[in-house]
Design a protein. Structure first.
Length: 220
């Protein structure tokens, strides 16, 4: 029971810390965090495509965040490590946040979906899918799907090989949900990992359907 309580508390603390980081940094620069216990204390790893925005001039933002985490969450000797994402176009969370940011600025969802999925494929993905749902124009909710290449949607390969990101855009017509799936590599029946060069270029498919929903929620 004590062990179960320990893991529950750690999971709750991680959610609280992640919410704190989300509220203190621009969402388009932040992907995810990991929390590790070390002999020296707690290590928090922040993954971002622009480390400079997280670290701040001379490490000022990191130092301020460390003190806040220590006092607010009662962490013993918290250590913050910022890791750069070399290819943000292959990170589902960052791409979902970029799409949300563009929709909030008023860009057309069709051009955003096509441009972003093309950018993902040109970055080396085997396959990708972008789903944009909500009030995309008119009174009814719509769901627009943009798919390119080869991608797994279910089973263990989907869990192991597909990077998933979700974000919400808050526009004047209403809330819009964005889901991004990116398949970076593929394992064939022989267990060999294939990459983009093993596949032919595949055109982008676009599908739009109307529904009565006003938005979308993240599916677990």
């Amino acid at each position: 029971m004590l062990l179960n309580k320990f893991f529950i508390n750690m999971a709750l603390r991680k959610v609280q810390i992640e919410d704190f980081i989300k509220n203190n940094f621009p969402s388009e620069f932040y992907s995810k965090i990991e929390i590790e216990r070390t002999p020296l204390g707690v290590k928090i790893i922040i993954y971002t495509d622009r480390p400079g925005r997280i670290i701040g001039a001379g490490g000022k933002k990191i130092n301020e965040m460390t003190e806040i985490l220590k006092s607010r969450f009662n962490l013993e000797n918290p250590q913050i490590d910022v890791k750069s994402i070399d290819n943000p176009q292959l990170d589902g969370r960052i791409m979902a946040k970029r799409i949300a940011n563009m929709l909030e600025k008023g860009y057309n969802y069709k051009s955003v979906g096509n441009n972003m999925i093309r950018e993902i494929m040109e970055a080396g993905a085997i396959g990708a899918q972008i789903v944009i749902s909500g009030k995309l124009g008119g009174s009814k909710g719509r769901t627009a799907k943009f798919t390119a290449g080869y991608i797994k949607h279910c089973g263990q390969p989907a869990k192991d090989l597909v990077d998933y990101g979700f974000c919400e855009a808050y526009t004047k017509p209403g809330k819009i949900g964005i889901k991004v799936k990116i398949m970076k590599e593929f394992m064939d029946v022989t267990g060999r990992i294939k990459n983009k060069v093993d596949f032919d270029t595949i055109y982008i498919e676009e599908a739009i359907e109307e529904n009565e929903g006003k938005g979308t929620k993240e599916n677990e």
